[in-house]
Design a protein around this ligand. Sequence first.
Ligand code: ACO
Length: 333
Amino acid sequence: MDFMQNIIRNAKKNRKHIVLPEGLEERTLRAADHVTANDIARITLLGDPDAIRRKAASLGLKNIENVNIINPGSHPQKAAYVDLMLELRKAKGLTRQEAERLVEDPLYLGAVMIKAGHADGEVAGAMNATGDVLRPAFQYVKTRPGTTVVSGAFFMILKDKEYGNDGILVFADCAVHPNPSDRELAEIAVTSAGTTRALGGFEPKIAMLSFSTKGSARHEMADKVIRATQIVKETAPQLAIDGELQADAALVPAIGASKAPGSNIAGKANVLIFPTLEAGNIGYKLVQRLAHAEAIGPVLQGMAAPINDLSRGCSVDDIIKMIAITANQAAQS
Ligand code: ACO
């Protein structure tokens, strides 16, 4: 069974409740219709119910009739959510007036519903920028205990089965944290190992990437990766990890053997941790385009409950997949 078939099967088993704040957006509506028809998750759409139903009817989407719709402007929980927002953010200077405004913003409402335990996860971003989706998530859902940094992983499904775990590699961070410190990079590696097991179902072999392999270049940027690797080895000694490694040493057995002899990871890596967001974001897009790999993600990891961000260029199929992934994360959090 392939990666996505497995994710869809698990989602169907768990029937988690996923909120979609962009309720009037056409691709989102089509995805909600498909997910509901196929019982992949329970969906709540945010938006004006009449407008959503009219649009669904005009698109011939019959299953939207069975979807829960919440109007951000008027619903029974509104006052309680304002109180919850104040409780969580008063110390950060949030006023009642601001909370009353923000609670009507679907991206904030979605995050607060999750915090209140009224939804299991959220998918948004078909019409909102990454930062606008992430900020409410960071402020209200926050990181899970023991984690300080949210990051974004991609499952890269390669046509060539030679690399990674039968052609599947996890890349991180490709989406969130521009310039992690050594400790944060170590945390991203540990969190990515959890995502690999939880969604990929295989044992992570983690390469901490750099432009240097085992001291071949001396630079403070390589030193950061060396320190991060050491931190993981000390704090999570059960994980299979090595660094600093160049990408070819991480992936190609012969090059790994010559550049990093004795390494348990060189030539065998299936999880690649990039030193900065620049490297990770550019790296995944190059592999996606030049190797015609399928890039599934970003799967946001490290949050107390799953909220996932879509690209504004996403397809209906991308949204369906992200809903199923979010449902899987919710089932395991
Ligand atoms: N993990 C956890 N919490 C975080 C993180 C993080 N990585 N980053 C910020 N926060 C928290 C802060 O601690 C703060 O919490 P507080 O208000 O409770 O103190 C809150 O989020 C806001 O922090 P800011 O520093 O004000 O965050 P800002 O809004 O400036 O930036 C953001 C956060 C938007 C995620 C920023 O890091 C960003 O723009 N990252 C790049 C995203 C991006 O454009 N990615 C590429 C596109 S995606 C793709 O191509 C797949």
